[in-house]
Write a protein that binds this ligand. Structure first.
Ligand SMILES: Cc1cc2nc3c(=O)[nH]c(=O)nc-3n(C[C@H](O)[C@H](O)[C@H](O)COP(=O)(O)OP(=O)(O)OC[C@H]3O[C@@H](n4cnc5c(N)ncnc54)[C@H](O)[C@@H]3O)c2cc1C
Length: 489
């Protein structure tokens, strides 16, 4: 498995000074790119960066705006045993000033990108501060978040302030921010350039197409970000283990998970800049919600042996409680002339005609499960996640159903497999670009082919017609073969 992060041929830049390194103070992986190239892999070069770290004891907090975390703590995991409530430390907000902008504009030529020493593509969604000043030249100020990096260390992460400008200038830039006038810089910001393997060279299991048993995950596949890397590590790890045991691969789909969306995008699209997972990348985002991630993925985890009996019991209990609660909400009615009905109508300023179910009430804009508490109509035995699960399913059921119908329609064609021996160059009805892209990506299904960069709907139609003709010809051939061979005696 290759998970080389920013270390593959890594070079870090601070102003016009560069050195071979994967991260500041760590050696780069040198020579591996050339080996991969010799084996026929295509590699490219990308760039990312990190802001300076500042000593928290050198900041004037009175000039900063506190940015507390959420009042209600949310968890990544659905397993209550790993939930640990701890005091939350706030972040703070400051802003760039006219002085920050002046310093950057006047010294732009000293940055590796604007100085012309680096031309690798950086992440569009995490631009350096000099990029922001150039790209959004009409903005007089940009927000900068001051984030503690740990409870027991003095390091503050200056979010939104990554830069490739020289170290000596960085302290002046930092001190141009309100509250940071006397700050001490613990570590300078830097940019890092590294090699990656466009992931169209991988199957959706993240195994490379060129070498059986070689998997790639994380930044090497052209992504940036912790969650992106962790998700791919999981998929590649599962599939590598299953390959060793001669088990079938596990492929996550777009309509099932962001993980599937991420990997499908990586394996089919020609991405030439660091990829970050955003909710807007999913056409199914009404269905892919954090509240139902367990519903979508825990059964798969159970099937492949990653969910033990304890976790499975927690999961099934939660799903059963949500289902029972939804049934209760659909069956319990509030009547127009009852005391409760009159009170709810008065509070919500919406009449109740005859009677309505609690589910109907929940569908009303502005009415939430928590409002049922006031009338003694909620279920006190449910945990917050179960209350929320029932509410979301009911409140958005119309939209959810509509999206589900769309998915079913697309899936009927999209999951149609593409034969592994298909020679796209022979399909003359496809555009030249499509022939090239499809030969390169080698999609496994019609859906994947449709999402391949450079393949348009007319090409997908042409492909479907070609497959239809091909399967009819194959049927005729097999009927011919099945006929008894005439012979003479
Ligand atoms: C400076 C910096 C700041 C970042 N800040 C953020 C952030 O705030 N939020 C965020 O979401 N993402 C951030 N990222 C991106 C995030 O860190 C990476 O996308 C993510 O860590 C990639 O995970 P990975 O497992 O692919 O690689 P890495 O986490 O980089 O791990 C690669 C590992 O492979 C090892 N390695 C490399 N080559 C070899 C070799 N040949 N032999 C043996 N071992 C090798 C390295 O030592 C390293 O331990 C940042 C990245 C950088 C460089």
């Amino acid at each position: 498995m290759l998970t080389t992060g920013t270390f593959l041929g890594g070079v870090i830049w601070v102003g016009n000074k560069s050195m071979s390194a994967g991260r500041a103070g760590e050696f780069a992986a040198v020579g591996l790119t050339e080996t991969l190239n010799r084996m026929g892999f295509e590699t490219g070069r990308l760039k990312t960066g990190t802001p300076a770290r500042v000593d928290k004891r050198s900041i004037d907090y009175s000039q900063l705006e506190p940015q507390p975390g959420d009042d209600e703590v949310r968890w990544f995991s659905f397993d209550p045993e790993v939930w640990v409530e701890r005091e939350q430390i706030p972040c703070y907000l400051t802003r760039t000033t006219a002085e920050t902008h002046r310093l950057i504009r006047e010294n732009l030529h000293l940055s590796p990108v604007y100085g012309g020493w680096v031309d690798a593509k950086g992440p569009r969604y995490c631009p350096s501060i000099e990029d922001k000043i150039v790209r959004f030249a009409d903005k007089e100020s940009h927000q900068i978040f001051i984030e503690p990096e740990g409870r027991d260390i003095p390091d503050l992460y200056i979010q939104g302030f990554s830069t490739g400008l020289p170290e000596a200038l960085q302290i002046h830039l930092l001190r141009s921010l309100p509250g940071l006038e006397n700050c001490s810089m613990l570590r300078p910001a830097y940019a890092v350039e590294y090699d990656y393997l466009p992931a169209t060279q991988c199957y959706p299991t993240l195994m490379t197409k060129k070498i059986d048993g070689l998997f790639c995950a994380g930044q090497i596949n052209g992504t940036t970000g912790y969650e992106e890397a962790a998700g791919q590590g999981l998929v590649a790890g599962i599939n590598a283990a299953r390959l060793c045991r001669s088990q079938s691969p596990v492929i996550f789909t777009r309509e099932q998970s962001y993980l599937g969306t991420l990997i499908d995008d990586l394996c089919t699209k020609d991405l030439r800049e660091p990829y970050r997972m955003l909710t807007s990348r999913s056409e199914y985002r009404l269905l892919l919600r954090s509240d139902n991630a367990d519903q979508r993925l825990t059964p798969i985890g159970r099937e492949i042996g990653l969910i033990d009996d304890r976790r499975w019991e927690i999961f099934t209990r939660k799903q059963a409680n949500i289902a029972a609660e939804k049934e209760r909400l659909h069956e319990t009615r509030v009547k127009e002339h009852d005391e409760l009905g009159r009170q709810i109508a008065a509070d919500t300023q919406q009449a109740i005609k005859g009677s309505i179910t609690l589910a109907d009430l929940l569908r009303r804009p502005g009415f939430h499960y928590v409002n049922l508490d006031r009338y003694g109509l909620s279920n006190p035995d449910l945990i917050q996640e179960e209350r929320e699960g029932a509410e979301i399913d009911i409140k958005y059921s119309g939209y959810i159903q509509r999206q589900q119908n769309q998915i079913d329609q697309i899936l009927r064609q999209a999951n149609r497999p593409l034969p592994a021996d298909l020679d796209y160059n022979q399909i003359e009805t496809l555009s030249k670009e499509s022939r090239e892209k499809l030969s390169q990506v080698r999609p496994l299904t019609i859906g994947q082919a449709a999402r391949t960069g450079g393949v348009n709907p007319a090409d997908v139609n042409a492909l479907l017609v070609y497959l239809e003709i091909r399967s009819r010809c194959a049927e005729t051939d097999s009927r011919e073969l099945a006929k008894p061979i005439p012979f003479k005696v």
